[in-house]
Design a protein around this ligand. Structure first.
Ligand SMILES: *Cc1c(COP(=O)(O)O)cnc(C)c1O
Length: 358
């Protein structure tokens, strides 16, 4: 569904009881406290309109709302950063806009216009800019999402949609090295499925296998291909990378891999640094062989929440394999630092990834 709507000015209703005082910048619990305002726009009669910013709060809805029953619900995750001068930037927001529309397309939902996505985002974050923390490693997490809003429980694509944006301050992500379990029973994604889009149901289905892994002492699952459970796909809800013999390897994009913006940024920086990069299938056998002969140098997940999550231990078929100490990892430490520096404006933004607000 392609929509073209010229944006009308966003209606703004400011909160009269600001909660920003509740924010303790040194003690932020991720995802629990939301900023003072939220944004939404409605898709009705084939058009987006009624864009508004209003005080953050509950959303009244019919129990028959279609998203609640058949899962026409998609989302994005992105962050705003504040530099030393108090300027606020988004990281690659146009890529999130493109991606939410790929998700919308696959879920037979209305796509969102770039002007509504970007003006909603920039006006909301600008209004709540005091909520963007500036302490080391902190940011404002931004959650745009679209849900089907028909009050109808027949199975068909909704005709009405609502696009929301809410935001939540995020403190320094505690980058504890992760222990992962290679999953050979449950699957996250399959060819022809929806693994490549940010559909809510992808997360719902992953929680039970993740809980089982956690009960066994692992933090996260490494998903394998649905057919043979041999090829590694993603690490929890992050893209997966390994470094074997100085070559950076990550599974290729396709139906079963989410095209992470952090993934793309890591690949881009590695190529800038003249590192050898391969986007190709990588099997558990190859990784364990490399482990055995001492060429498995690094393994990590990438995503907006943690940026880089280094893997310390891989569990497979009842055995655990330990990776080199994280302090000594050359690539993952370097790329994590570089991304941090780009986002905080400490190094040149040669790829034009930062988008200034206000
Ligand atoms: C969101 C997501 C990622 C990471 O994407 P980023 O754009 O880097 O945040 C990776 N895998 C899955 C399954 C995801 O949903």
């Amino acid at each position: 569904m392609v929509t073209t709507t010229a944006i009308k000015p966003i209606k703004v209703q400011k909160s009269t009881s600001l909660r920003i005082k509740e924010l303790d910048y040194n003690n932020i619990t991720f995802g629990k406290l939301f900023s003072d305002h939220m944004f939404y726009a409605d898709f009705k009669n084939g058009q987006w309109g009624d864009a508004q910013i209003l005080p953050y709060g509950p959303i009244p809805m019919s129990p028959a709302t279609s998203a609640l029953h058949y899962g026409q619900a998609i989302f994005e995750g992105m962050k705003a950063y504040k530099n030393d001068k108090g300027e606020v930037f988004l990281f690659r927001p146009l890529d999130n806009h493109k991606r939410i529309n790929i998700s919308a397309e696959r879920m037979a939902m209305a796509t969102i216009t770039q002007d509504i996505f970007m003006s909603g985002l920039t006006e909301l974050v600008n209004l709540d800019r005091d909520w963007v923390p500036d302490t080391d490693g902190s940011s404002l997490y931004i959650r745009p999402f679209i849900i089907g809003t028909d009050e109808f429980i027949g199975v068909k694509p909704s005709e009405n949609y609502r696009f929301y944006i809410i935001t939540s301050p995020a403190g320094k992500y505690y980058n504890e090295p992760v222990k992962v379990l290679v999953e050979t029973n449950y699957i996250r994604a399959v060819e022809g499925g929806v693994g490549y889009v940010k559909a809510s149901g992808n997360y719902g289905r992953s929680l039970f296998p993740a809980k089982l892994a956690q009960q066994r002492g692992y933090h996260q699952i490494i998903w394998t291909d649905a057919r043979n459970h041999r090829y590694l796909e993603e690490s929890g809800t992050m893209n997966l990378f390994v470094v074997i013999d100085d070559v950076l390897i990550t599974p290729p994009l396709g139906d079963t891999i989410l095209a992470g913006i952090t993934r793309d940024s890591v690949v881009t920086l590695a190529r800038d640094w003249k590192m050898k990069v391969q986007e190709r299938k990588v099997s558990i056998d190859e990784v364990l062989d490399a482990h055995k002969n001492g060429t498995l140098e690094d393994a990590f997940g990438t995503g907006t929440a943690a940026t880089i999550a280094q893997i310390s231990q891989i569990g497979f078929e009842g055995k655990d394999y330990f990776l080199p100490p994280v302090e000594g990892r050359i690539f993952s430490n370097r790329v994590a630092k570089e991304l941090d520096n780009i986002r905080k404006g400490k190094v040149a933004d040669v790829h034009n990834w930062m988008y200034k607000i206000g």
